[in-house]
Write a protein that binds this ligand. Structure first.
Ligand code: AMP
Length: 197
């Protein structure tokens, strides 16, 4: 019983938190582009220095650089059979490239989980997180910019995956435990039914 899924959602929708639950439940590989990029910035690696301006402004890292960094992990994750991509793909170009990689490894996705919540709920959550995390991109101006970037670049992915019939939309406004329960229940059903076919 394995799961291959993508987790989409604006900043503040609880993506990272729910990703941890999904990965634990299905024992699959977790790839978080944001975590990987932040690690490079923190360690001040050569690529980290290149990434830093994009992250601190809340702009998307260019697709070719994203792929250069993630292609190998994605290929490995595909080969391991089960994975959750978190924060990636974020643009149509990334989605198409990911599809090619998975297809060439002979795998198809089970589900694309999209978390959604009203803008003001997201802003309030991120401001609270900023107080604790000290993340430089959790200030109000950058938060609002990241939400706009998400809306413009990532929202088209809902259409793309909706047309492929694998989109699962969840309201991310309720408390974390409630979202977790609904999400895991739905994913359990999807994996069980995929196993039966
Ligand atoms: P996240 O933790 O997923 O909110 O990502 C933090 C930041 O990393 C984003 O604001 C972008 O600057 C960058 N980033 C993460 N994933 C991607 C991606 N798939 N494509 C482009 N930029 C990304």
């Amino acid at each position: 019983m394995s799961l291959r899924a993508i987790l989409l959602g604006p900043p503040g929708s609880g993506k990272g938190t729910q990703a941890a639950y999904i990965v634990e439940r299905f024992k699959i590989t977790h790839i978080s582009s944001g975590d990987l990029f932040r690690r490079h910035v923190r360690e001040r690696s050569p690529i980290g220095l290149h990434l830093e301006p994009f992250l601190s402004a809340g702009d998307l890292v260019p697709d070719d650089l994203v792929f250069e960094m993630l292609a190998e992990s994605i290929a490995l994750a595909c080969a391991s059979g089960g994975y959750l991509l978190d924060g990636f793909p974020r643009t149509l170009a990334q989605a198409e490239k990911t599809y090619e990689l998975a297809e060439s490894a002979g795998f198809t996705l089970h589900a694309v989980v999209a978390l959604q919540a009203p803008t003001e709920v997201l802003v309030a959550r991120l401001l609270r997180r900023g107080e604790d995390s000290g993340r430089p991109d959790d200030t109000e101006a950058v938060i609002r910019h990241r939400l706009n970037v998400h809306e413009q670049s990532t929202a088209p992915l809902l259409d793309y995956y909706g047309r492929r019939g694998i989109l699962q939309v969840f309201d991310a406004s309720p408390p974390i435990a409630e979202v977790r329960e609904r999400l895991l229940k739905r994913l359990d059903e999807i994996v069980t039914s995929a196993d039966e076919h």
